[in-house]
Design a protein around this ligand. Structure first.
Ligand code: ADP
Ligand code: MG
Length: 397
């Protein structure tokens, strides 16, 4: 697992005033897109529940969540292929709802490349420009630039069926960027590629986004992909935004148990806080860096890589190793301690049945308010409203 702690500490929550009134935030960045209170149902299925967020100009923003949570529907609303039942979508401060897809400054790249098999690479990319009746010379220049950007110079005459999956996806991206959109929408564009190609393309896409200087709105269900590529991640579940933040924020300060669990491996333990900077769990008290919450009952998150194993002693949580798996970079060990089984990732090896002690630093103890996603509240009703967030406006809307 990546350790984001060494990259940057989370920033304090941003104060955002109603963004539609002035298209910028405390960082001074302008918002190219604002999605405000969007609801969408298909039949009786309420697919998007009061979705509100903004997208900064030139950022790489990712909609991340499990299959069916509403990511593609959100993207299709931005593209204009779906219309929200209520709410609005603004592009540079103007509503997009009555603007047809082809007049929006957005282009979409889908998971399935949707290339024309009977055309070569050049004509696939030229297709939309020909329809717009662009001058042949301009088309040639643009295609040359696009092929260079996606690293396919010299492929113009190839037939689509001669290309690998990765190359086809590059052509699909070239076909989108050749229109010079201000925003590129990418719906799981690497989903059909094998792991190695996907990792390469992740790095290349990020570089492309920087060099083109345009906004990327990226959809994936792969948390590692989201953490690797994004400036900002929007975590969704069941049509609700769960959290919006930088990869560091989301990883280090998950807002609830769902986010903690979805973004990497987590130990989530019920705890109590009755004073600032002290939390009790596993029948012990620990120093921590958080203040008391409105409720005493909390969820405590400790990442597997933040736990250090030692011999058991009276200052550690003591347990027994019940499983050890070598993961290539580290060992993943399960340690049973009382009613809770801990996951620990460590380069130190302790064999099955060893008695061990668990320790961690105060800053590795993350405290979250209880939610319907808390492990001990899993049977509770799902939430019906999104929680306020620094990026979805909270009460300020
Ligand atoms: P994701 O991209 O996060 O996997 P989607 O946005 O595609 O999720 O879908 C969210 C939910 O909406 C799913 O339950 C899906 O079945 C449903 N859905 C999406 N599009 C339609 C549609 N055109 N008609 C009916 N149901 C749809
Ligand atoms: Mg989808």
């Amino acid at each position: 697992m990546l350790n984001w702690r060494h990259i940057r500490k989370p920033q304090a929550a941003e104060q955002v005033s109603p963004a539609v009134q002035h298209l910028s935030d405390s960082t001074g960045s302008s918002h190219i897109i604002e999605v405000v209170g969007v609801n969408k149902s298909f039949g009786d299925v309420h697919v998007l529940k009061d979705i509100t967020f903004y997208i900064r100009n030139n950022e790489f923003i990712t909609l991340l969540g499990p299959s069916g949570c509403g990511k593609s529907t959100t993207l299709r609303i931005l593209a204009g292929f779906e219309r929200p039942d209520s709410g609005d979508v603004f592009f540079e401060g103007r509503s997009l709802l009555d603007i047809p897809p082809y007049q929006r400054q957005l282009n979409t790249v889908f998971q399935r490349y949707a290339l024309f098999p009977h055309l070569n690479v050049y004509d696939n990319i030229a297709f939309g420009l020909n329809i717009k009746k662009m001058a042949k010379e301009e088309i040639r220049t643009r295609i040359g630039q696009a092929l260079k950007t996606v690293d396919l110079e010299g492929y113009a005459d190839r037939w689509v069926e001669q290309l690998s999956g990765g190359q086809m996806q590059r052509v699909a991206i070239a076909r989108a960027i050749v229109n010079k959109p201000q925003v590129l929408l990418l719906d799981e564009p690497l989903g059909a590629l094998d792991l190695k190609m996907r990792k390469e393309m992740q790095i290349e896409l990020k570089e492309m986004q920087r060099s083109l200087g345009i906004t990327f709105v990226y959809v994936t269900h792969d948390q590692e992909e989201a953490l690797t590529m994004s400036d900002t991640i929007i975590v969704m579940k069941e049509g609700l935004i769960q959290q919006i933040g930088t990869p560091t924020d989301i990883y280090n300060e998950p807002r609830n148990a769902f986010v903690a669990d979805f973004i990497g491996e987590s130990n989530i333990i019920p705890g109590q806080m009755t004073e600032d900077f002290v939390v009790s769990f596993a029948q012990r008290s620990f120093d921590c860096i958080d203040r008391r919450m409105p409720e005493d009952e909390v969820d405590v998150v400790i990442r597997p890589e933040d736990i250090v194993l030692t011999g058991p002693n009276d200052r550690t949580i003591n347990g027994r190793v019940v499983s050890v798996v070598f993961k290539g970079v580290h060992y993943e060990m399960l340690v049973e301690a009382g009613p809770f089984t801990w996951m620990i990732q460590s380069t130190d090896f302790f064999p099955t049945d060893a008695s061990v002690g668990l320790t961690f630093d105060p800053e590795d103890i993350h405290i979250m308010a209880k939610s319907t996603y808390s492990p001990d509240r899993q049977s509770a009703q799902p939430e019906t409203e999104s929680e306020p967030d620094d990026r979805n406006g909270g009460d300020s809307w």
